[in-house]
Design a protein. Structure first.
Length: 381
């Protein structure tokens, strides 16, 4: 159970860190000088492999990965440390060194040259180079924002399983402008629910099925619900399309998000591990409830079927915060929601038996952001 260095994707490191923490609930995460790298202790190889298989914001883990500031080293000193690392962590099989930059380049350091130099030195020490299909990859990452280098043997092949490009929302058979981006939808499912074996996921207002598809592709038992039959049929078509055919573990029903106990299988009562919520905005055009009342009734209904450790992720449109926050935003911030008031949302979350854990803001465009709220079941008396 040695330490590993988790390397996060550049898109939204704070959200990616929240996802990692949800997927590895028993691990301890510690920050490093670079926001995209976290030191992870107390996790097993199997737990990390399971996290890598479903994560949206996780790039790879480096086995006891090293981190150094470029202002505190030079190429010769770095090279000696890299060789010392490999000698302390011998591996079997063929290898390749792969270098890449994130958050901008580090001036004066060429990662491709360093990778070639390190690869050559290992080759001389008897390691077999295989640039096409290496059994192990020695990663060398330069973080331009933090001006730090990290290196270490990657776990697995180092390629995060999640690839947005394969299934953009606009390519699905049923598309509406409300469709969520798969990368955010996947992350929300993971933050809300935790590890894949935690239990079922419910997307009570599924629309075109953005969350549901990601839950299904992660092999999570999942149910999408929508009051509107066009949406329910469209989400079903999208689900079948994304999964290359019908799957047993995920389905869509037409129904009311405020009556979840009537819609869920008996075995799911008290066992749902995660809810993912992207409610309609403003006046609800598909039901007859005003949106805050709908949210309140839905959260109450969700609490009634939730597992004791369940979570939810709720996404709400919000006016941008200046400057754009790259870390979690304190919960006492006065968010300026596009619809409804923040105090009202906060109050109803607590009144329905949930406790807010964190808030993050994601930029959509200059005049629109998304508030991403994570809550957990509040203990019952
Ligand atoms: C913002 S959209 C969800 C978009 C979705 N995340 C996606 O990726 O397409 C909200 C959905 O809530 C549905 N809805 C509204 N009231 C509902 C209710 N009482 N029960 C279930 N669904 C409802 C609407 O039909 C709409 O499809």
């Amino acid at each position: 159970m040695g330490d590993v260095l988790a390397c996060l994707r550049g898109w939204h490191p704070a959200l990616a860190a929240a996802e990692l923490s949800a997927l590895l609930p028993n691990a301890e995460l510690a920050s490093t000088p670079a926001v995209r790298w976290l030191r992870v202790s107390r996790s097993t190889h199997e737990e990390r492999r399971a996290a890598l298989a479903v994560a949206s914001g996780l790039q790879c883990f480096l086995d006891e990965g090293r981190v150094v500031s470029v202002s505190e080293t030079d190429e010769e000193a770095w090279f000696a440390s890299a060789i010392a690392y490999v000698e302390a962590h011998p591996v079997e099989g063929s290898f390749a060194v792969r270098g890449w930059s994130q958050g901008g380049k580090i001036s004066g350091w060429s990662l491709s040259r360093l990778s070639r130099r390190l690869g050559g030195a290992l080759h001389e020490r008897g390691y077999t180079v295989d640039l096409e299909h290496p059994e192990r990859v020695l990663a060398l990452i330069g973080d331009g924002q933090a001006q730090h280098l990290a290196w270490g043997w990657m776990e697995g092949d180092g390629q995060a399983a999640f690839s947005n490009g394969e299934r953009r929302a606009g390519e699905r058979p049923f598309f509406k402008p409300v469709s969520l981006d798969p990368m955010l939808a996947r992350l929300a499912v993971n933050v809300a629910t935790g590890p894949v074996d935690a239990g079922p996921v419910v997307d009570p207002m599924t629309g075109t099925g953005g969350f549901l598809i990601e839950a299904a592709l992660s092999n999570r038992p999942s149910l999408g619900i929508d009051l509107n039959s066009e949406m329910a049929h469209g989400a079903e078509a999208n689900l079948v399309w994304a999964c290359d055919g019908p799957v047993d573990h995920a389905r869509v029903v037409r129904g009311d998000a405020t009556r979840l106990a009537d819609l869920l299988p008996e075995a799911w009562h008290g066992a749902v591990a995660g809810f993912v919520l992207d409610p309609p905005y403003g006046r609800n055009s598909h039901g007859n409830m005003e949106s805050l009342s709908l949210l309140e009734a839905c959260l109450r209904s969700a609490r009634g079927v939730a597992a004791p450790t369940a979570g939810f992720v709720l996404i709400l449109p919000v006016h941008p915060i200046q400057p754009h926050p790259e870390t979690a935003v304190p919960l006492n911030t006065e968010f300026s929601l596009l619809h409804g008031d923040w105090e009202g949302v906060r109050t109803l979350i607590e009144a329905t038996g949930w406790t807010l854990q964190s808030a993050h803001v994601e930029r959509v465009h200059r005049s629109l952001s998304r508030l991403i709220l994570h809550a957990r079941c509040a203990p019952q008396d």
